[in-house]
Design a protein around this ligand. Structure first.
Ligand code: SAH
Ligand code: SF4
Ligand code: F3S
Length: 441
């Protein structure tokens, strides 16, 4: 085809952006763009950006800088920025980066084909207005329609929680739940195409449906998804502890397809810090939920997020975080050094923790985590795990998949097992994964 053009997308940040990038690729197919992994051959480069921490934002500027030369060399090459930095900066980004052609915000994906056509005619544009709910309901990113073993399905967008450190509510806008009928239809379609596992995706899936009249609850959504024939496994992410209902916890006991895994970010272990973070729960309440979850599913694997160095965090507060981490006994933890986000409430708070102190706390937590995850992974040695096989490893000599509890397992077996659940005997626990052997009776 003579007019085929190549699109290169680079995605930063969370799974929301990954999902949006799929949608962008599928929207631009309509203009004759097909995807490439090679930016030097692209006719259109899109950076789908994240601004959750300063480092993530800086990365974007670094990449924009590195494409400046390519823009000069390749006449007609177009460069666009989408996602959360685009939303935050809008027009300003066009001014700051003169070799940039288009900027589109988190609610403006649907305008992209028109904007790219305008850019092809030499017009530079930024579109970052938030759009109303009815239109948004029709614009949820739907996953690819072709195969794959496991798939993310967006169930909600935006966030109304305004945790005091977080930029997401400002760059993603108000929380909105997708119609359950649309979600179920997408999952049925995916299962018909061979998908075995879905992960329901949103900034805070636990509040799914609450604000929409006539919509079902998240727990009911899980039950209806679980009733879909041919679907083997369900996961969801992310959960906000303040919105975990007893009904949802009960799902872990009632629904065998619901995997024994939950990402439940605590962020901190001290009540004083949790309150300044505007998290809406206490340490005690969080630990209570963890106990209830373990009650419903004794082998549940819990992961979390922790921020160190939040304004005013004392040594004492940090010790409370360490003890919470120990008590919960996380299967894994994502740890972050607090990063000031201009425009958020926390940016106004006094009591900044010094860089050195933040780093020391971060290092201590990392060390604890290293020991915890290694110990956890070694504890699986000698057990038998059901592994949903996702594919052949990059080296080509092993299969990889995940246990019900979301641990990655590598093992040698025939590639015909891809897409199936294999019984695997665990033989070794690494830092970040497990090694196993296909189990033969
Ligand atoms: N909606 C999800 C994820 C939000 S961003 C949730 O609530 O769990 C992912 C993680 O980034 C957060 O959980 C938090 O731990 C971290 N984070 C967000 N803002 C941050 C900031 N300003 N500095 C450091 N870490 C931050
Ligand atoms: Fe940010 Fe809090 Fe919303 Fe998560 S729940 S996206 S941390 S404001
Ligand atoms: Fe980053 Fe935006 Fe996700 S700020 S974490 S890409 S919602």
């Amino acid at each position: 085809m003579t007019n085929e053009k190549l699109l290169y997308i680079e995605t930063f940040g969370c799974q929301m952006n990954v999902s949006d990038s799929e949608k962008i690729a599928s929207l631009l197919k309509g203009l004759g763009y097909s995807s490439t992994d090679d930016s030097s051959r692209a006719d259109l480069i899109i950076l789908n950006t994240c601004s959750v921490r300063a480092k993530a934002e800086e990365k974007v500027y670094g990449h924009l800088g590195s494409f400046k030369g390519l823009k000069r060399e390749r006449k007609g090459l177009l460069l666009g920025v989408g996602g959360c930095v685009a939303q935050q900066e809008g027009e300003r980004l066009l001014k700051k980066v003169p070799w940039l052609d288009l900027v589109f915000g988190t609610h403006n994906l649907h305008l992209l084909p028109e904007m790219v056509q305008a850019a092809e005619r030499g017009e530079r544009r930024a579109e970052v207005q938030f759009i109303d709910s009815d239109t948004r309901l029709d614009l949820f990113p739907a996953g690819e329609t072709e195969g794959g073993v496991t798939r993310f399905v967006t169930v909600m967008q935006g966030c109304d929680n305004f945790c005091s450190y977080c930029i997401v509510p400002y760059v993603r806008g108000r929380e909105i739940s997708r119609r359950s009928a649309d979600i179920l239809a997408e999952i049925r379609g995916a299962v018909a195409a061979g998908v075995k596992e879905v992960t329901l995706l949103g900034q805070n899936v636990n509040s799914y449906g609450i604000k929409t009249e006539g919509e079902i609850s998240f727990a009911e959504l899980l039950r209806q998804v679980a009733a879909i024939d041919g679907l083997e496994r369900i996961r969801f992410t992310t959960s906000h502890p303040k919105d975990i209902s007893p009904e949802l916890i009960a799902c872990f006991a009632e629904l065998p397809k619901l995997c024994g895994y939950i990402h439940l970010p605590a962020q901190a272990g001290s009540d004083a810090v949790l309150s300044r973070m505007n998290r809406g729960y206490t340490r005690q309440q969080y630990l209570g939920m963890v106990a209830d979850l373990k009650g419903a599913r004794p082998d549940i694997q819990i992961t979390g997020d922790i921020i160190v160095g939040f304004p005013g965090e004392t040594d004492e507060d940090f010790e409370q975080t360490l003890s919470l981490v120990e008590e919960v006994d996380y299967a894994d933890l994502f740890t972050f050094i607090y990063s000031v986000r201009p425009g958020t409430k926390a940016a106004e708070l006094p009591g900044a923790v010094s860089r050195k102190e933040k780093q020391q706390r971060f290092d201590r937590l990392q060390e604890m985590l290293r020991i915890m995850t290694r110990r956890r992974n070694e504890s699986f040695v000698g057990t038998r795990q059901k592994v949903l096989v996702e594919g052949v490893s990059k080296r080509g000599d092993q299969l990889f998949g995940r246990t019900d509890g979301n641990r990655v397992v590598n093992f040698s077996a025939d590639p015909s097992l891809v897409g199936k659940i294999a019984e695997v005997a665990i033989t070794f626990g690494y830092q970040n994964s497990l090694l196993g052997e296909l189990f033969h009776d």
